[in-house]
Design a protein around this ligand. Structure first.
Ligand SMILES: Cc1cc2nc3c(=O)[nH]c(=O)nc-3n(C[C@H](O)[C@H](O)[C@H](O)COP(=O)(O)OP(=O)(O)OC[C@H]3O[C@@H](n4cnc5c(N)ncnc54)[C@H](O)[C@@H]3O)c2cc1C
Length: 387
């Protein structure tokens, strides 16, 4: 069976659904072809099931890309306010959690329901459970699935990245880009927990579950948020954020006592000893972590000089992680289709007219906190309005 459309969108995730809505509203005949049994599976598990759907402070600085200017145009033309207006039109209750992060009050299914309903109104046809066997380009693009052939003059790739393979993530988008001769920036897991090297792992990982507010830094980027000890290493928002900037073999720095003069109570104390140090560190770190960290960084003596050195180490705890926890645990994939290959206004390939790439498959990776969905909405809308 052959289906003729104006636009074929591969992938019914955040970017594909938004693109379909925008293109369908303009009267185009749009089909989405999706491998999974339902649309928006990643949206459903996002934000702990409540979907952190945008961030009111989203700026181009919140994105990592070989070309830091690439995302600016799309982000400026579809802003958090635009998405919030859509959420409010559908009367979806939401709240700000912290740092401008907006979450659904009820469930992430409010967002998938909203996008599916917008697709229906825009006349978008959804083909779920469809395995793509081959994509060809002659006068038009032809997509062969196991049961049908689809044809259209425009093809949008919205198949996402490699994170969470057990949810069906595939390298399809990157392979297809290569098939058409487009360059790929090397991919790597981002927003991922870090695995400690075996020595440090054995020193700290039994403290799994303990957390503290820290400033974590890697490659000249710092984030002040929570750090969590896990059974394999470190996680929590501060660590997830720096994992996107960290490369294997490099060090990370952790300020365990942001803005604090840790040594002050000890310098002024009549007795300077380990008990006094523990009580000072327990003011800002969980008891067991404070005790462990101090045992492993015990000063030789309690002179002012040694206290200053202890203070320095507390603000600059330096570690060399063994690895990230990989795509199994990464929220996103950094790298992807090289932005030099695409128009920043439309997301269309410069080499292959009619071929578009949107969302996570492109070399644009957001910080934690709703920025990745904002990129999916913005890049999807940019393509949907240009088709
Ligand atoms: C656990 C978790 C929580 C997250 N929470 C948040 C959050 O709260 N806020 C935030 O901003 N970001 C969050 N993210 C990141 C966010 O989910 C992604 O950045 C976003 O979904 C990317 O959108 P996309 O449309 O590009 O890709 P996806 O949403 O991954 O969609 C790609 C679609 O393509 C389909 N597909 C793949 N291969 C094929 C193929 N060969 N043929 C047909 N279809 C195919 C997939 O099944 C999928 O439906 C989270 C990610 C994870 C893993």
């Amino acid at each position: 069976m052959t289906h003729e459309f104006d636009v074929l969108i591969l992938g019914a995730g955040a970017a594909g659904l938004m693109c379909a809505v925008e293109a369908g509203k303009r009267g185009l005949r749009v089909a989405i072809i999706e491998r999974a049994k339902r649309a928006g599976k990643k949206i459903l598990i996002s934000g702990g099931g409540r979907c952190n759907f945008t961030n009111i402070y989203c700026r181009p600085d919140n994105f990592i890309s070989a070309n830091p200017h690439f995302a600016k145009s799309a982000l400026a033309r579809y802003t958090p306010s635009d998405f919030i207006a859509l959420v409010e039109k559908h009367r979806i209750p939401y709240h700000e959690k912290t740092l401008g992060q907006l979450f659904c009050d009820r469930s992430a299914s409010d967002i998938t329901g909203m996008l599916e309903s917008e697709c229906r109104v825009a006349g978008v046809k959804m083909f779920l459970n469809s395995r793509i066997r081959e994509v060809q380009r002659a006068a038009e693009f032809k997509v062969h699935t196991e049961t049908a052939e689809f044809r259209a003059p425009a093809l949008v790739i919205a198949t996402g990245g490699l994170s969470i393979p057990k949810m069906g993530a595939t390298a399809f988008g990157y392979d297809l880009a290569r098939q058409f001769g487009l360059k790929i920036r090397e991919t790597r897991p981002a927003l991922a927990p870090l695995v400690l090297a075996s020595k440090e792992g054995s020193q700290y990982c039994d403290l799994t579950g303990l957390s503290a507010e820290v400033i974590a830094s890697a490659d000249y980027h710092s984030f002040r948020e929570k750090m969590l000890i896990t059974h394999r290493g470190l996680s929590g928002p501060a660590i997830l954020q720096i994992s996107s900037y960290w490369n294997k073999g490099e060090q990370i720095q952790i300020d365990l006592a942001p803005d604090r003069d840790v040594g002050a109570p000890m310098r002024d104390a009549t007795v300077r000893n380990m008990a006094a140090a523990r009580s000072a560190f327990q003011r800002f770190l969980p008891k067991r972590f404070a005790a462990r960290w101090l045992d492993l960084h015990a000063p030789q003596d309690w002179t002012n000089q040694s206290l200053a050195e202890l203070e320095r180490k507390a603000h600059e705890w330096t570690l060399t992680p063994a690895n990230t926890e990989g795509y199994e645990k990464a929220e996103v994939t950094a790298g992807g289709v090289d932005t030099d290959e695409l128009s920043s206004k439309t997301m269309e390939s410069r080499r292959v007219p009619g071929l578009f790439f949107i969302g996570e498959v492109v070399d644009v990776t957001g910080h934690l906190g709703g920025h990745n969905f904002q990129w999916a909405w913005a890049s999807g809308a940019a393509a949907g309005r240009a088709l």
